[in-house]
Design a protein around this ligand. Structure first.
Ligand SMILES: [Zn+2]
Length: 244
């Protein structure tokens, strides 16, 4: 087993082959498990699929046969299109579910407030946070994406905590105020900004293509080679606000 695989499965409640294997560690604010993998934060079920079955085919989403977003049992996870996922949800009638549904069987595993914001950092997440911060993501945005308390992220990003984690000199974050200004400069003025990574055309394409749902930000991030936090800001219109 690779180091990544060992680290990943240690955060999963591995049970019998037919049971749901729930994610035990940090979560995104959306409730999905967050795992630092290949240099960025991944949804846990996508990592489970990748480790157990290989690369997720381009443009495919990871779907659960059990409807349990925390489940990382490869036997319950498949790759499909957005349309497959909608058809699957419609067929299962997600709105009316009985007492054998996982939310009734194990209500303690439902994502909820304290668990979501209380996600614990690990060394790899700290490295991920610092890299994103150095690239210009605000700590607020990183916190939102990871489902981690803002001040926890800010303190980790600026090296007030996790001092023993070695930083790549190329990725040393600037002090908060300077970073904030440079972030505004980068993202507030769109294409003309000195470090703009997107064009009007790409923003329009992303907004047209975006359908709220699990894995969508990650899919668009992979497709356009743009950071998840930037995609998030584009679709939520925190940047490029003037563009319809
Ligand atoms: Zn399951």
């Amino acid at each position: 087993m690779t180091d990544d695989a060992a680290r990943f499965w240690s955060k999963v409640d591995v049970r019998g082959p037919n049971e749901c294997w729930n994610w035990k560690a940090g979560r995104f604010t959306t409730g999905y498990g967050a795992f630092s993998f290949r240099g960025r934060a991944w949804h846990a079920p996508r990592v489970a699929y990748t480790l157990a079955k290989g690369e997720i085919p381009d443009g495919k989403l990871v779907m659960h046969s059990c409807d349990n977003p925390l489940c990382c049992n490869p036997a319950h996870i498949s790759a499909g299109t957005n349309a497959d996922n909608s058809a699957d949800m419609a067929a299962k009638g997600r709105a009316c579910q009985g007492d054998d549904h996982w939310t009734r069987q194990r209500p303690e595993d439902l994502p909820h407030g304290a668990d979501v914001v209380g996600a614990v950092l690990d060394a790899n997440l700290v490295k991920h946070i610092r890299a994103e911060y150095a690239k210009g993501c605000g700590s607020d945005q990183i916190a939102e994406e990871l489902g981690i308390n803002k001040s926890t992220v800010h303190r980790a990003a600026t090296g007030k905590t996790w001092k023993h984690i070695e930083m790549d000199p190329a990725h040393v974050p600037l002090p908060g105020e300077i970073r904030r200004k440079s972030f505004d400069r980068t993202y507030a003025r769109g294409e003309n900004a000195s470090h703009a990574v997107v064009t009007e055309e790409i923003v329009r394409a992303i907004r047209a293509e975006y359908k709220p749902g699990y894995g969508e930000l990650t899919r668009l991030s992979d497709k356009y080679g743009i950071k998840v936090c930037t995609i998030d800001a584009i679709v939520k219109r925190r940047n490029w606000k003037w563009l319809n």
